[in-house]
Ligand binder design. Structure first.
Ligand code: ARG
Length: 576
């Protein structure tokens, strides 16, 4: 694509001596007011060299460059040269670029040779995979796609919560009251009930707590009986998690969870000791962090068992060693802010300069509206909303809507799946991630709002126009060496083209801010601009040149929307 700033800098350089191209490029502005042009060049810096007043210089430069075919018009206003890009030239170049690059449009090799780890989802074994997990899962997946599209090597890690004292409780409960068949039939719900049962019983009989601690110690020491049960719980849980990942179309490169680091922990504890960071406190071992404004971090418990934070430190050291990452991103709820601050600091105090490359990407809470009442979604209250149920419900509800609206599809079940799942993903990525939000069905599935269904519908509409135009006409349009872009230079076409043009920078901005919602918002903008264009213009007109140009515009918008959906982790239905 034409890099307009760079191109304009070249042109101005030929017209004005005294400044380098880089100087000129740095001076070029994008005026806030469109009436002042698409780009503006201030001439103050040239006054000295020219011994002339800036407005005079501006007038001279404007005069010299105004004949260029790239520009529709060049004006001088006071000390500024205001440049209006030729819509025709711009739109023609943009469509060419989008068609040539297809799926790769908006991709780049900005990150080539660099490795980014994205850690996301990371649910806890034997605990419900509930609606609260949607956030890490979907935000993380989109960040992975965004980074991959910028050419980074990416590693997707699911840091499963598959270790810790709760497994001592679970195994203990299973041995007392458990039943193999129940676990096999309904693993998560059954294991959860053991957990609850354990707490009830332990209140009456405190010796159970000790039994659970001993059991976990045995697990940590690799005793066969405990390891076997634990492994089995883990496998059954993973089967459940996979149902959700399959629905969402999400994959991981590694499921190295907390248990993976159990044998790497003693070395970490030793290193902390050697580096003089560890202090004893009532039988436990801690790292003091008060001087950094943080509470002390508990590294080992008085019974010698390790902790969540210790496993995170071990995991970071292992990942640096294994992947030599340039960045390691943790997509984890903002409730864990302190936890991440603490252990990032500890890794820094251990002398690892790469601690700065570990990034916590926090997000707010999700609650759900149920029968007009907002419920928060913790497992404690016993009101768990399972993510799998939400996704299946979304598909069902979408199917109803599709039927009601008499939407024509190739396969109603498949379309309902694409749109139902997409709606949940899109909703999740619509909000600035740090904000808490309330999940509301009528908002998620609103086909006319700023939603997944709306964008997918727009995509399907573009596909439908191309189908109507016919293969031959489409081939002619997308392969044309030159288009009669004067037919697609109206305001709505130009707005649409500008949004498509900006997509590559939008993706880079989203990566830099770890904020997929920037892409989501831009996707809505493109969809709305496309619908406005479609509303304002007849596409399949009799005039061949006009029709061809318009088909090319539709095809470019369709490609852009599809690429956006891919970055969000959504499918693009051809018909709906
Ligand atoms: N399993 C944890 C939870 O559900 C999230 C893990 C976050 N990642 C990490 N490296 N600590 O709360």
């Amino acid at each position: 694509m034409i890099d307009y700033k760079s191109k304009i800098a070249d042109i101005i350089k030929d017209a004005a001596s005294g400044l380098t191209k880089e100087d000129i490029e740095a001076l070029i502005e994008v005026p806030a007011d469109e009436k002042m042009g698409d780009y503006a060049f201030p001439c103050f810096r040239l006054a000295k060299e020219y011994h002339k007043a800036p407005p005079l210089i501006a007038a001279e430069i404007a005069e010299k460059i105004s004949g260029n075919g790239l520009f529709a018009r060049v004006e001088n206003v006071n000390a500024y040269v205001n440049i209006f890009i030729s819509r025709e030239a711009f739109i023609g170049a943009l469509i060419r670029e989008v068609e040539d690059r297809g799926e790769d449009y908006a991709k780049s090799d900005l990150g080539s040779g660099r490795t980014v780890i994205v850690e996301y989802s990371s649910p806890n074994i034997a605990k419900p995979f509930h609606i609260g997990h949607i956030r890490s899962t979907v935000i993380g997946n989109s960040l992975y796609k965004i980074y991959a599209s910028l050419g980074y090597n990416t590693v997707r890690i699911n840091h499963l919560g598959d270790y810790g004292t709760q497994f001592g409780k679970m195994i203990t409960a299973y041995r007392h009251w458990g039943n193999e068949e129940d676990v096999r039939r309904e693993p998560i719900k059954t294991l959860l009930s053991y957990y609850t049962k354990f707490h009830e019983e332990a209140e009456k009989d405190p010796s159970l707590e000790q039994e659970a601690r001993d059991t976990f110690t045995k697990l940590e020491h690799g005793e066969a009986a405990e390891v076997e049960i634990w492994k089995w719980f883990r496998e059954e849980s993973l089967k459940e998690f996979h149902k959700v990942y399959d629905l969402l179309g999400i994959e991981f490169d590694s499921y190295a969870g907390e248990s993976f680091y159990s044998d790497k922990m003693p070395a970490v504890v030793q290193e902390l000791k050697d580096k003089g960071l560890l202090e004893e406190s009532q039988g436990a071992e801690i790292v003091h962090l008060e001087q950094y404004g943080l509470t002390p971090a508990l590294i080992t418990k008085s019974d010698g068992s390790s902790l969540y934070i210790t496993r995170d430190i071990a995991a970071a050291l292992y990942r640096k060693e294994t992947y030599d990452f340039d960045k390691c991103i943790y997509v984890v709820a903002s409730q864990q802010n302190l936890h991440f601050q603490q252990w990032f600091k500890i890794v820094e105090l251990m002398g690892y300069e790469w601690a700065k490359d570990c990034v916590h990407v926090p997000f707010g809470m999700v609650s759900m509206e149920e029968n007009g009442e907002v419920v928060t979604l913790s497992t404690r209250q016993g009101r768990v909303v399972f993510l799998e149920d939400v996704l299946r419900q979304s598909v069902e509800k979408t199917k109803e809507i599709i039927k009601e609206k008499n939407v024509v599809t190739d396969d109603i079940d498949d379309t309902a799946r694409q749109v139902g799942i997409g709606a949940v993903i899109f909703q999740e990525l619509s909000n600035n991630r740090i904000k808490d939000y309330v999940f509301k069905w009528d908002k998620v599935l609103n086909f006319d709002g700023e939603t997944g269904p709306y964008v997918q519908y727009t995509y399907a509409r573009a596909s439908s126009i191309l189908r109507k135009a016919g293969e031959e006409a489409v081939a002619k349009a997308v392969n044309a060496d030159s288009l009669h872009t004067e037919f697609i230079a109206g305001d709505s076409a130009y707005e649409l083209a500008k949004l498509i043009y900006r997509l590559p920078e939008v993706v880079i901005e989203a990566a830099g801010k770890y904020e997929p919602s920037i892409v989501t918002r831009h996707t809505v903008d493109i969809a709305q601009a496309f619908n406005k264009f479609y509303h304002d213009e007849y596409i399949l007109v009799d005039n061949e040149d006009e029709k061809t140009a318009k088909i090319a515009m539709v095809a470019a918008a369709r490609t852009a929307i599809r690429n956006c959906l891919a970055l969000l982790g959504m499918e693009a239905p051809e018909r709906m």
